[in-house]
Design a protein around this ligand. Structure first.
Ligand SMILES: O=C(O)CCC(=O)C(=O)O
Ligand SMILES: [Fe+2]
Length: 371
């Protein structure tokens, strides 16, 4: 990423020290972008890693993606500063229209979502579209506007473009640019950058089991990019190991990539939208806030999402079924707005395969939540 010039001052967020406790980590594949420009064979190899990761765990670790650790730290600090310096009245005025419109830009205040059966979340988010002028931004953001824009633009135009090309290669799509064109930078869509802070639960020390911080769920976008952070809290449910929850390891400077429901529909569930959740950290990391940065990508508003059987010999060979009858397939915008409204609103959660599945139907689309 091109280096920024003189940087405006921030309130530094001091991340927690890595845990020393023994932890059962999920084994994720590593995708190394330093090989991306080494020619067609190297790209094919990277695409085969994407295919393997997506058909098994649904998550992988991306390294050498072009954003340095310092730049990630800087973005965490920017998010922390915006959340810290924006007064409550301004947060309320610039509140994200989540329940009203199913749209994320603005502040998500604490306590909007249910966690488990009788708790509310302790998460604050500040979300931004790539067209930042589309929404009024908080005063505290102004000193960082260009840095945030450069960060989003590099993710969307460089990292996402490479990732989506590899996803197309992994499926041997007739049109290698299909996913890239569906995420045209110039088009409009609901993709968003998220600064997210989990408030420490100071009462956790006395609790026996692990307290949930965010219910189990599948992400709804096409891809989710999580800038790796050191608090051991994110768990993925391993379908291949009796649905057990395993922690995602922190890799300094890496991006943890996972697919959402849009990608699973495109591929007739050949690529997994893995179920994941956030729980309290190990004892030696308790009592500390967590601050992180995410980029969630969805296709342009009018893209109709359905399984790419016609385009992909890999999907035909895998014998997957179409996700929807043609007349039932949702557009990106219909799906996103409807799904965002439902996030965290159910008081129940399901155990998945073995328990009752708590489902919500949106038009012809069904989505579910998990413990
Ligand atoms: O905070 C995390 O590590 C994961 C958050 C998450 O799953 C989400 O925002 O969809
Ligand atoms: Fe998620």
């Amino acid at each position: 990423m091109p280096a920024a010039k003189a940087l405006a001052e921030v309130d530094h967020f001091e991340p927690v020290k890595p845990s020393k406790e023994p932890i059962d980590f999920v084994k994720l594949r590593t995708l190394d972008f330093s090989k991306y420009n080494d020619g067609p064979e190297a790209r094919k190899e990277l695409a085969s890693i994407v295919r393997d990761a997506m058909t098994t765990k649904g998550f992988f670790t991306l390294i050498n993606h072009g954003i340095s650790e310092e730049e990630i730290t800087r973005q965490v600090d920017i998010g922390h500063t915006i959340l810290k310096r924006t007064p409550p009245e301004e947060k309320l005025r610039l509140k994200a229209q989540i329940l009203e419109k199913g749209s994320y830009p603005g502040f998500k205040l604490r306590g909007l979502w249910n966690v488990g059966s009788d708790a509310k979340d302790r998460i604050e988010n500040f979300n931004v579209y790539r067209v930042m002028s589309q929404n009024e931004q908080p005063r505290a953001l102004e000193p960082y506007r260009h840095e945030i824009q450069d960060f989003i633009d590099f993710i969307h135009k460089d990292i996402l473009k490479k990732l989506l090309t590899l996803f197309a290669l992994a499926l041997e799509l007739a049109d290698e640019d299909y996913f890239v064109n569906a995420h045209s930078y110039e088009g409009h869509d609901e993709s968003w950058l998220r600064y997210m802070e989990y408030e420490a639960h100071h009462d956790d020390r006395d609790s026996g089991g692990k307290t949930l911080w965010l219910n189990g769920h599948k992400d709804f976008p096409a891809l989710s990019l999580l800038f790796s952070q050191p608090m051991t809290t994110l768990q993925v449910r391993d379908e291949h190991d009796e649905d057990s929850w395993k922690y995602v390891a922190h890799t300094p400077g890496a991006i943890i990539v996972n697919a959402g429901e849009i990608m699973s529909w495109w591929t007739g569930d050949y690529f997994k939208a893995a179920i994941h959740r956030v729980v309290e950290p190990p004892r030696d990391q308790m009592g500390h806030d967590r601050s992180s940065v995410f980029y969630f990508t969805v296709p342009n508003d009018d893209v109709v999402i359905n399984t790419l059987l016609d385009q992909s010999p890999v999907l035909r060979e895998a014998g997957v079924a179409m996700a929807y009858a043609p007349e039932d397939a949702p557009t990106s915008k219909q799906w996103c707005n409807a799904r965002v409204k439902l996030t965290g609103q159910s008081k129940q959660a399901a155990n998945g395969k073995t328990g009752t599945v708590v489902e919500k139907v949106i038009g012809n689309v069904t989505t579910a939540w998990f413990k």
